[in-house]
Design a protein around this ligand. Structure first.
Ligand code: PGA
Length: 254
């Protein structure tokens, strides 16, 4: 099991917030969190420059996706070097909303992770099962196939910069958080898979975040679950007080 250490709480704003609202939202969060808290915000691409110009040591920029190639004729796409140039440190990959909107996305995730790690950035890799799989009791098998497909061993540079987010699809944006036992079981499974495939030493360093309807009421409980090293927060991250309370809950436990 990963020993307790600084938690990682990432705000995934998805396609929300206008650029001109972004700065005040982040500053509002800053006012309400403990001084040592690391605030990681993944806004839409259009907001990154503005947030980067804040030059605040507690604020870290994340992006919600990237292309696997650095440059080229890929209209509308955005690459790791571009994001890095804007000060981005974390890139979310394989989010279920991205996977569902494009079935080919599944085949690109490994290369996207490679590109992010190659650039020296942190890859926040998302996995998680849909409701029918959870109800059939085959969720661990499903997660295993995702991990095997997306994280083939010996393919990544700087693997220590990998972060895994377990996000059961049925819990995302539904208000239905996974039960503590469900989170415990899956996080332990992911940790064991990492340990078996990448070695215990590395498994001990890779944070495993939980995502799916995390809010200020359930954050403290989730933060106590073994092998939970932080959270990926969608809806609740759009409310500064709510997000600040989630951050504070995790920092209190860790
Ligand atoms: P949610 O989203 O917190 O709104 O459930 C989490 C996510 O999709 O990362």
């Amino acid at each position: 099991m990963l020993t307790k250490r600084e938690p990682l709480i990432i705000a995934n704003w998805k396609m929300n917030v206008l650029p001109n609202e972004a700065v005040s939202l982040v500053l509002e969060i800053c006012k309400q969190v403990s001084e040592q808290a690391k605030i990681i915000v993944a806004p839409p691409f259009t907001h990154l420059s503005l947030l980067g110009s804040l030059n605040n040591d507690n604020i870290f920029l994340g992006a919600q996706d990237c292309h696997e190639k650095d440059f080229g004729a890929f209209t509308s796409e955005i690459s790791c070097p571009m994001l890095k140039d804007l000060g981005v440190k974390y890139i979310i990959l394989g989010h279920s909303e991205k996977r569902l909107s494009n079935p080919l996305e599944n085949n690109r995730i490994t290369n996207k992770i490679k590109s992010v790690l190659q650039a020296g950035l942190k890859a926040v890799y998302c996995c998680g099962e849909p409701l029918d799989i959870r109800e059939s009791g085959k969720h661990l098998e499903f997660i295993k196939i995702q991990l095997q497909n997306d994280l083939p061993t010996n393919s990544f540079p700087n693997i220590e910069n990998l972060i895994i987010a377990y996000e059961p699809i049925w819990a995302i944006g539904t208000g239905k958080t996974a039960l503590n036992d469900q989170i415990l079981e899956t996080h332990e499974y992911i940790y064991d898979w990492l340990s078996d495939n990448y070695g215990k030493k590395l498994a001990d360093t890779i944070p495993i975040l939980y995502g799916g309807s995390v809010n200020s009421n359930n954050a403290a409980q989730i933060a106590h679950i073994p092998n939970v090293n932080g959270a990926l927060v969608g809806g609740a991250s759009l409310n500064p007080l709510e997000f600040a309370n989630i951050l504070n809950s995790f920092y209190l436990v860790n």
